[in-house]
Ligand binder design. Sequence first.
Ligand SMILES: C=C(O[C@H]1C=CC=C(C(=O)O)[C@@H]1O)C(=O)O
Length: 433
Amino acid sequence: MALRPAAVRLATVTSVLSGPSGSADATPLVVRTVALDDDSPLLALVPREESLAWVRRGEGLVGWGAAASIRTKGPTRFRDASEWWKEHARSAVVRDEVAQPGTGLVAFGSFAFADEPGESVLVVPEVVVGRRGGTTWVTTVSRATIASPAAVRPADAPAPPAGVTFVDGAISGTEWERVVAEAVRRITAGELEKVVLARDLLATADDEIDVRWPLQRLSESYPMCWTFHVDGLFGATPEMLVRRERGLVTSRVLAGTIRRTGDDSRDLALAATLARSSKDLEEHEYAVRSVADALAPHCTSMNVPEAPFVLHLPNVMHLATDVAGVIDDDTTCLELAEALHPSAAVGGTPTEVAKAVISEIEGMDRGRYAGPVGWMDASGDGEWGIALRSAEVMGRTVRLFAGCGIVASSEPEAELAEAQAKFVPVRDAISGV
Ligand SMILES: C=C(O[C@H]1C=CC=C(C(=O)O)[C@@H]1O)C(=O)O
């Protein structure tokens, strides 16, 4: 595997102030990115321990190790992580021979859905391998001295999980239908317009699960989604909360769902039904509005398409809208993610009422499910998806999550079936076949 030589750029060194509960080491991070002549699938490179991933259609970033990290919680979880990141970005010594989005200093992160409970995390890996537009690179991060470029080679192949069984999580399907009915009652009574309710399943395997197995399955089966892993939270999300790149902000908003049947011509007819469904269009409109309203203060111009398109995934189809804007301030992608979270695709309308209803009636702790997950670089560019079609792995157990937008015309039984369909990606990926 040859490393190509190229030009050198060195940033200035300043002092480092650590974040409130970040790594205490005040030595600047020393970062080196070089081009890499390698075309192995990114996910085949990651070792079993401390892996990080953000991959779509063979491109993206994978990483391993932790050169620096911070855990935050509560209402200031985004702000604390942002400040910590800015300090590290300011003081880092960077030699970047590739200079693409995702080269130089990057952090992966995953944020709790709610202010309480839940912990959020931002990690600067020791090694990042990235690929974009046919260029592959490796970034090595260390403290104090410039490390040699990391040796990059395919890792050992993960073993499939064995003996996986599934049980209901916090509440059963029947109980969850009652929760949905209660939400419909409150919406009909005028307390709110939309709320997204979720449930969980618990899977247990015979042995500790190697997360690389489901990651590889998810990226193969759901190439149009962003396959991610940060600190045990993994999945393949179809929804981009916010991408910021060189002054352009984009967001893929999803809300409104129909299950696929496996029969292409029937699915096409169903796609047309979805595109005309007033219940789904209403659900979608709330989500688009919430994103457009949150981005507007940061943008000079915005494009919000008037009608959604239908996004076809292997398990479901969604109403989708791609919102784009030109950003006119230096708000980082993480700060934009904070401003957008929770959009009405995972919270509801009005946001604060929906958040209160979720915490009152949903009956479970979402943890980092439905929170922002992704990466950012030192310039504030990056991508934050919404952690959907996701699960949290802890040794032999995996906690899977799925949720549905509820409006006045929602039917509990149909919503339960929709949630079942949304469990399919992770359920199949950990089933070991
Ligand atoms: C909350 C989830 O999906 C959201 C994203 C797309 C479609 C949705 C829906 O139709 O309900 C949800 O708003 C989930 O997958 O857990």
